[in-house]
Design a protein around this ligand. Structure first.
Ligand SMILES: *Cc1c(COP(=O)(O)O)cnc(C)c1O
Length: 472
């Protein structure tokens, strides 16, 4: 049969639409969607027939069967959302590009229960009058952090901008030169300051700043003293920064508020798990900071949010600023945040129940077992790849604890019939995308950031891509 003969066997759009399998598809998808997809499938099939991909004997029935399968595949692909589950095999626990923190199971359940109905977001059930959305997590945050008052906004960048706008607009803000950081995604302290209408006064040097440097810079225009946690880098060696206690005392002496941007908001000290020290929010409040801001979705392991904690008088002023309305938090975030905070406030097993903390503190023998389970699930892969469990190091990510390298286990894959780049691309484009990395001439999947329930899917995607199989 030549191409022309095969083309004659192709059914028309109308013929295809009458087929029971296609009728079934129209129960699940809009008629126009099915018709459009069908036109494209027919067009592509015509193209491949012309390119001689259908040579040999083929029947009309076989062609129709192929068309139905191709149509089904296409509709499935088109109807899946843009935002999809991916398997994080990078070992970077707080991976900003992969959504930072997966939230606790309890938070997911609560969100599912509350997001599709009305809630008392700004409604006081006791009085029947208007309530404040800030009341939802205020008590929880006060209990956990020890702060007098708290509020929540869209993210920490917004929190810093709002605090500066409300507390220091038109005034001078004193910051150490060693703390003028840029956070990923072009959040630069000097630029945020400018947006907030505050004038930056830099003191000290990159590696050393003394409390006397701040004192000398204070004048009648000083609005606040700002401390920024240098989350994503460390200045090592001959260094010094003024302590929180020194700053708090200086602020009190002159009646100037002291604000700290903590970046990652930690409530528990992971020091006992051998993971480097990151100051907790409680530390910061206790040492006398008037206002502290931090993220909800970094080491806290909750939703994207910016939390502002500190003295009541300042929180009141910040909440009244016009910008507060522009950066206000939504109810889906508040739901997830409340559930997450409840785990911190009430649970004995916090580290176990907050996914990012559980991943960071996972013992090596558990990681080893997880990697070995993956090897078992990949039984029979030898013709396509050499696989092994190897020792590597995970990172915290999210600009937190940049120097920390945490021992982990990875599945290392050496494909036999494709390049590493082809494997990487195949996994990235798979039905459930798998993100790993190429290093030392191997493809590495760090099991620390893979959930146990994802292991079978991960194995299936690997087997499919390595064997060059379909259904991707
Ligand atoms: C991450 C970070 C921010 C920005 O927080 P987002 O929640 O991402 O907006 C601001 N300041 C510091 C020090 C940070 O580490």
């Amino acid at each position: 049969m030549n191409s022309i003969d095969v083309l004659r066997l192709l059914p028309s759009v109308d013929q295809m639409l009458r087929k029971p399998e296609v009728q079934d598809m129209m129960e699940r998808h809009a008629r126009a969607t099915v018709t459009e997809a069908l036109r494209r499938v027919l067009q592509e099939t015509r193209q491949s027939i012309m390119e001689d991909e259908y040579n040999g004997e083929i029947s009309a029935g076989a062609i129709e069967g192929r068309l139905v399968r191709a149509l089904d595949e296409r509709l499935k692909k088109e109807s899946r959302g843009k935002l999809r589950e991916v398997i994080n095999g990078t070992g970077v626990v707080i991976h900003t590009n992969l959504g930072r923190s997966p939230v606790a199971e309890k938070a997911v359940d609560d969100l599912a229960r509350l997001s599709g109905v009305y809630v008392n977001l700004e409604y006081d059930l006791q009085s029947g009058g208007r309530g404040s959305r800030h009341d939802i997590v205020r008590d929880l945050l006060r209990d956990i952090t020890g702060a007098e008052d708290c509020m929540v906004v869209n993210n920490n960048a917004a929190a810093v901008l709002l605090v500066l706008s409300a507390m220091a607009s038109g005034k001078e803000v004193i910051v150490s030169r060693g703390e003028l950081v840029e956070i990923g995604g072009s959040f630069r302290v000097p630029e945020v300051m400018e947006q907030g209408g505050a004038r930056l006064v830099e003191v000290g040097t990159t590696n050393k700043t003394y409390i006397e440097d701040y004192r000398r810079a204070i004048n009648e225009n000083t609005g606040l003293l700002l401390k920024v946690h240098t989350s994503n880098y460390r200045i090592c060696g001959f260094t010094r920064q003024a302590s929180r206690e020194e700053l708090a005392a200086l602020g009190r002496e002159f009646g100037i508020p002291v604000v700290e941007d903590l970046g990652s908001g930690m409530f528990v000290d992971l020091g006992e798990y051998g993971i480097g020290h990151e100051p907790t929010v409680q530390d910061s409040i206790r040492s006398g900071m008037d206002i502290v801001t931090f993220s909800g979705d970094k080491l806290l392991g909750g939703p994207q949010a910016g939390i502002i904690a500190g003295r009541k008088e300042y929180i009141r002023k910040i909440a009244k600023h016009p910008l507060a309305r522009a950066v206000r938090v939504d109810r889906l975030t508040l739901s997830v945040l409340e559930s997450t905070l409840r785990i911190y406030a009430e649970s004995e097993r916090v580290v176990e129940r907050i996914p990012v903390l559980s991943m960071l503190t996972m013992p090596v023998d558990r990681l080893k077992r997880r990697a070995e389970r993956l090897v078992e699930l990949l039984a029979g892969i030898e013709p396509y790849a050499e696989i092994a469990v190897e020792t590597e190091y995970s990172q915290v990510g999210g600009g937190s604890l940049p120097l920390e390298r945490i021992e982990t286990r990875v599945l290392s894959v050496q494909p036999k019939s494709m390049t590493l780049n082809q494997l990487e691309e195949g996994l990235r484009m798979a039905n459930t995308p798998v993100i790993g990395r190429i290093a030392r001439d191997r493809f590495l999947i760090d099991v620390r950031t893979v959930f146990d329930h994802q292991l079978p899917v991960l194995a299936k995607m690997l087997a499919m891509v390595l064997s060059g199989g379909g259904d991707r």
